[in-house]
Ligand binder design. Sequence first.
Ligand SMILES: [Zn+2]
Length: 130
Amino acid sequence: MSRDCAEFQNCIADLQLRNKSILDITTKLSEQNARVNRAVAKSVTRCGCISIDATKQVFSDDKTLHENKELLKTHIQGGLCPTCQEKVEEEIGDMLFYIASLCEALNLDMQDIVEQKIKELKTLGIFNLL
Ligand SMILES: [Zn+2]
């Protein structure tokens, strides 16, 4: 398995000077989550490259899990333009920075967490989504 998460966390450990306090990290992580959501919202309301057409998600008991999966929607119409994609990716990257910072501050191994989650998802499969 790729060791990208470990390399990413090591990079942050070497560079982190500001926001080293767990209080700064957790509050910045919350703030960054809002920035990701804001970037997506601005793609709808300011740019218009995507729109949201949301309706109730209907999960049918008479269909298979795979059939239901195909019928469930993201509610997104269109696709991110290059400008919005760049902004959303930037904000998600910053969120990953704070997640890695949180792991570093708590002496957790981000790579182990990702590998454990992948194993869990593969074991539980589609039932993980219910
Ligand atoms: Zn756009």
